[in-house]
Design a protein around this ligand. Sequence first.
Ligand code: KIV
Ligand code: ZN
Length: 383
Amino acid sequence: MGTSEIVAIFDTTLRDGAQSPGAAMTIEEKIRVADQLVALQVDVIEAGFPASSPDDMASVREIARRVKGVAVAALARAVTSDIDMAWEAVREAERPIIHVSLATSDIHLQHKLRISREEALQRAKTMVARARSYCPTVEFSAEDATRSDRDFLCRLFEVVISEGATIINVPDTVGYTMPGEYEDLFRYLRAHVQGIEHITLSAHCHDDLGMATANTLAATRGGARQVEVTINGIGERAGNTALEEIVMALRTRYDAFHIDTRVKTEYLLEASQMLSQFTGIPVQPNKAIVGLNAFTHQDGVLKHRQTYEIMNPQSIGWGDMNLVLGKHSGRHGLDARLRLLGYRLSAEQLKEAYKSFVAMAEQQKAVSDDALIYIAECMQETP
Ligand code: KIV
Ligand code: ZN
């Protein structure tokens, strides 16, 4: 990684991700996800939204007490009781963050909050000041920023900066923006908001038009130095920006972005599979980086890896091609290895292949890739 500039990874799997229907997790599961995020070396774990339920309050508090070396954030709407509860939940963290959110687009102000722009300004000011009276790090999010009036957004950001906000988040709440537009918004804010040079600008994207990763990367070109992401891109509706996509895009195309993250990529696959197991939300086979087919190739790869591989699968946690499969290897391990070798068997074929594999493994301590290819070829010949 050397001395490259770093963009902070703010993981919101346990808040924006877990808030989506069907992604509920137990407190124990949330703690295991938090531990995995620490292993990944993300910069911030947004552990939840304490005012939303007693369970969230309990899990955020527990994660805040437990996590070392990574900041822990709690979400609060711009109302007194939310901010007090968020502080209550994160106050024991080594590096606590209160994350205050208020909608700024006219459509949200009129139809959701039923307040005027002036009232929104006043509310943002008082609530950020309150959060800052508790906590040295306060993030302010302008919900629906990408559909907000730019001049109003600038005024509001100036107000919250003067009240002590340290991170300004510019969410594309409804997944509406396009890469060039989002990059331009960040540049505009940097040029027009007084005091912004001392602030960390953050990008937070939703994937309604399939643009979340592209938009988040564009924001980094516009000056964002924090990106908000979730494991597997889980989140409301079409989801949030996927952590693994951003991390691997920046690592693989350093030539294009000249920034990197601190993430230990070898834990990405484990994080993906853990979350899928806990939430019951499957990872689509063709999902970038962590989908089962992400590194399944034509046989070209066997001749020369770089014909089809732009990333080393082992750097993400995929099976080690040098690791020997033996009698203790499971069916999933066999499947993963066969996929790396370019074979994708049906469930039925895999069951049969596993029987042959076990029989072979009983006789010879290690089963070579050649033997695995032989087994796979036999299965494919079977009608
Ligand atoms: O999408 C959004 O606007 C949010 C904010 C609370 C940051 O999740
Ligand atoms: Zn969101």
